[in-house]
Ligand binder design. Structure first.
Ligand code: FE2
Ligand code: FE2
Length: 266
């Protein structure tokens, strides 16, 4: 079981050489699933979505793709409030108001859209997960055979490090974590453009950096390769070294009675 987690592509601010190298890597890695954690475009323009579509068509394996805040029409308020997801629907073919579920041997992945047109705070880039999305995830996870890896794909983070503290957790992260505890295994996100992983409430959270945009926030482009076998899981951060992606950090986790813990000796 292998998941390639890529995020924050930001087409419009993409670096084509890095994108091409990533596609070549993914062909070699042959993941079971590619999880695309939002911010596929920079400003949700037509040409950017066309580039997104072309990129996704090149992926070697099925993908679960969710939007990020940059996939909303930014400061184009009329579009943002009246038809925020029209380009997404046209080019991606999914409805961001619903959850997308992908099931393959031993894996169930549910993608939810945490980007919102506005928020009750000054920073509208912040997102939210709502009760309807959690219910959809719980239903899909509940229907999966025991032992399957249950993965939630979102854009906004369920875990922050000190470097990203100011960006904020996904809205309603507390109730969401309580709801997902012992129901899910792995929560995937992006948005911060920093790569790390850890455990929260018995769930593994993996955050990927910006895969190939020039919107770097203090660290190089990266993506995560997640490998799972039974009750073991590893998250490998593969960073761009200026020439190619290379393994920069590998963290191991172990599942013990439905809850995950870090497993440094692995
Ligand atoms: Fe982003
Ligand atoms: Fe974002």
């Amino acid at each position: 079981m292998r998941i390639a987690q890529i995020s924050d592509l930001h087409f419009g601010r993409d670096v084509p050489a890095v994108a091409a190298a990533l596609l070549a890597e993914l062909r070699d890695a042959a993941p079971t699933l590619v999880a695309v954690c939002g911010d596929l475009t920079q400003t949700a323009r037509e040409a950017e979505f066309q580039a997104v579509r072309a990129f996704l068509d090149e992926l070697p394996t099925p993908a679960v793709v969710v939007p990020g805040n940059h996939d909303l029409p930014g400061w184009r308020f009329w579009s943002r409030f009246t038809r925020p997801w029209r380009p997404w629907r046209r080019h991606l073919g999914t409805d961001p108001r619903g959850a997308v579920t992908h099931t393959t041997g031993g894996l169930v992945a549910v993608g939810v859209n945490t980007a919102r047109r506005w928020g009750p705070h000054h920073d509208w880039s912040r997102g939210r997960i709502d009760a309807r999305q959690l219910a959809a995830a719980a239903t899909a996870f509940g229907a999966a055979p025991a032992g399957d890896l249950r993965v939630l794909v979102a854009h906004h983070p369920f875990l922050l490090t000190a470097a990203g503290r100011a960006r904020g957790l996904v809205g309603r992260s507390g109730p969401a974590l309580r709801h997902l505890r012992r129901r899910a295994d792995l929560l995937l996100g992006g948005h911060i453009h920093l790569a790390y992983s850890g455990v929260v409430d018995g769930l593994v959270v993996a955050q990927s950096g910006t895969a190939f945009s020039d919107r770097l926030k203090g660290e190089p482009n990266s993506y995560n390769l997640i490998e799972a076998t039974g009750d073991r899981l590893t998250v490998t951060i593969r960073r761009w070294d200026g020439d190619r992606f290379d393994a920069a950090n590998r963290t191991a986790y172990r599942r013990d009675d439905h809850e995950w813990v870090a497993h440094p000796t692995d």
